[in-house]
Design a protein around this ligand. Structure first.
Ligand code: 13P
Ligand code: ZN
Length: 276
């Protein structure tokens, strides 16, 4: 079985291309990782080279020991993934302690996995635990409207969640748990990974101030759909704020409670505060 013919590799490549077409991936911006299923791994195992050297992840993810991931490469452009996936992406294996990884396929012209590997893997570890293994995709994108809002809204989970929920009736149904916000931090390291994965315990989406967003999901459609929904709500909010600083009318806390009842979602009351 050629790796590129598998459903998971096809889904991975399609998400990269869809994200590029949305304008979220200038240059090498953004990265994607997918936790490969057991049955998928069995299919591709004969194509993997498991003799290369182990390298440090830069953090510890014991909950992912022995797992395999498809990942984008550091410095690789999302727009090129569809043209030459073996150059832009890799499959990596995590060692039995969850401290090292090795490249088993891909990155044929050299390179290493995304510089955000610590954040991706720490998010995967948390999401694997809290979703009982269901979540498999972590996606980071440079979504311009969400980034713009991090310059004008307080960097608080409650504020971003509520303001984005108000922008489209579907929003609280798509992300009923809300959305987390990480203040500006140096990307690429363990500290931002710890902070982001802490938020991923409660949320499926986390914003990095002045940088972009991370989303988690069960499959490529759900994860891309979440990124798209949040970014579109942010786009509407940017338009609203550009037209006038105050809204003439909006979806009220009671409207949200009514919606929650009929759509069978529970919306935490801490997001339904009265505004001054
Ligand atoms: P990589 O090219 O290393 O994936 O980095 C891109 C990026 O978005 C960093 O946050
Ligand atoms: Zn980034």
């Amino acid at each position: 079985m050629n790796i590129l013919d598998t459903k998971f590799a096809q889904g991975f490549i399609k998400l990269c291309n869809d994200g590029w077409n949305m304008g979220w991936h200038e240059r090498n911006g953004g990265n994607l990782t997918y936790r490969i299923k057991k049955e998928e791994l069995e299919e591709v195992l004969p194509c993997l080279n498991r003799t290369r050297e182990w390298r440090e992840i830069g953090t510890s993810v014991p909950g992912l020991a022995g797992e395999f991931f498809m990942v984008t490469g550091s410095g690789k452009y999302f727009r090129n993934v569809i043209l030459d996936p073996e150059d832009s992406t890799a499959i990596i294996e995590i060692d039995e302690k969850g401290e090292k990884y090795r490249i088993c396929w891909g990155l044929v012209n050299g390179g290493r996995p995304t510089s955000e590997l610590p954040s991706h893997l720490m998010n995967h570890e948390v999401k694997k635990e809290v979703s009982q293994g269901l979540h498999r995709v972590i996606y980071h994108a440079h979504t311009p409207n969400v980034i713009a809002l991090t310059f004008v809204l307080p960097l608080k989970d409650e504020v971003f969640t509520r303001e984005l929920w108000e922008m489209a009736t579907e929003c609280p149904v798509v992300f009923p748990d809300g959305i987390g916000v990480v203040g500006w931090m140096v990307p690429g390291g363990r500290d931002i990974a710890v902070e982001t994965s802490r938020l991923m315990r409660q949320y499926d989406a986390a914003i990095w101030a002045h940088h972009g967003m991370f989303c988690s999901g069960e499959d490529f459609d759900l994860t891309f759909g979440l990124m798209h929904t949040v970014e579109k709500a942010a786009e509407i909010l940017v338009k609203v704020l550009s037209m006038r600083p105050d809204k003439l009318q909006t979806i009220t806390p009671q409207n949200f409670r009514d919606l929650a009842r009929d759509f069978h979602v529970s919306l935490p009351e801490r997001f339904l505060y009265e505004k001054k």
